[in-house]
Design a protein. Sequence first.
Length: 64
Amino acid sequence: LGLGIVGDMTLRGDQVTGFGTGSPWVGFAAIMAMLIAVIVASWFTWRFVEMPALAWVRRLSKRI
């Protein structure tokens, strides 16, 4: 897309690849998008994996 989201840059004298090489705002937006994606994925994991497993263990423990 030509936004310069990922590219090569120099950090402390070393060549590295990072976010926001074209504009600091693009890098900030990319990091915020990743943070939101992690929060949404962790919520889905909690809701559809952890909560059913917790309910199953509670039902199982009542029988024991």
